[in-house]
Design a protein around this ligand. Structure first.
Ligand code: ZN
Length: 246
């Protein structure tokens, strides 16, 4: 995978996970109106037209991934991810941070949970699926830790602000979740073994490959943004980075 430097932002590099998932984020009004339209944000949206972009800041330390948009209708984390990338641009970083703000821009555009009728958080174990390509990218790049950021509704599972983790085979998943839970107050949900309740979540597939991963959820109705939810997701992301001393 080849990363290209972006001229206008000297610290920023980007590449594509795939070229069949593109979409116009601006067509999702509930999402678009919450974005601060900086030059960087405009660039991100432009890149999303052609597929799933991955961005990179920094060149040392651990390799961390901030992932969002695995469910296109879960908006707060996608907005928070863009916000975080804007905040960390031009900062001196002691770690390498990868950002996938919109895992499936087409689904984000359509405010849809699925991508081509596939739930990406149930298909990361299926060869060739979009979320499998994301996991493949995590492996290819040697990414050390993965934070996957979602939202959940009252009547959905888990229906509370929370952090999913597992204790085995990758105990650091649980340690990361525990840290973030204590830091930001989200409930911790810990399984004994990754992927034991259902198959194909990005977090579980990473943990099964011994790449420590967590899934963070904030409480927000699907397809919309309720007050304070972007900040909550942003705080979860910040806390994930803080665990590594970013
Ligand atoms: Zn989700």
């Amino acid at each position: 995978m080849h990363f290209k430097k972006i001229e206008e932002f000297d610290n920023l590099e980007m590449s594509y996970i795939c070229d069949f998932s593109g979409g116009y984020i601006s067509r999702n009004k509930n999402l678009f109106r919450e974005l601060e339209l900086s030059k960087l944000t405009q660039l991100i949206l432009e890149k999303c037209v052609h597929g799933t972009p991955i961005f990179k800041l920094g060149n040392s330390g651990n390799k961390l991934l901030i992932l969002s948009g695995i469910h296109g209708n879960e908006l707060p984390s996608q907005i928070a991810n863009v916000k975080l990338l804007n905040k960390l641009l031009f900062k001196d970083l002691n770690h390498t941070i990868y950002f996938i703000p919109f895992a499936a821009p087409k689904s984000s555009m359509n405010n849809e949970r699925t991508f081509n009728e596939m739930d990406l958080n149930r298909s990361a174990h299926i060869n060739g699926s979009l979320s499998n390509r994301i996991v493949q990218t995590v492996e290819d790049l040697g990414i050390d830790f993965v934070g996957d950021f979602h939202s959940t509704a009252y009547n959905a599972n888990p229906g509370i602000e929370s952090i999913f983790s597992s204790k085995s085979p990758t105990p650091e998943s649980y340690l990361m979740a525990n840290y973030i839970s204590q830091d930001v107050g989200s409930e911790i949900i810990a399984f004994d073994f990754a992927g034991s309740s259902y198959k194909g979540a990005v977090e579980d597939v990473c943990n099964l490959k011994q790449i420590p991963a967590i899934t963070c959820e904030v409480l927000c109705p699907f397809a919309s943004v309720s007050e304070g939810t972007v900040e909550k997701s942003f705080n979860q992301m910040n806390s994930f980075l803080q665990y590594f001393g970013v």
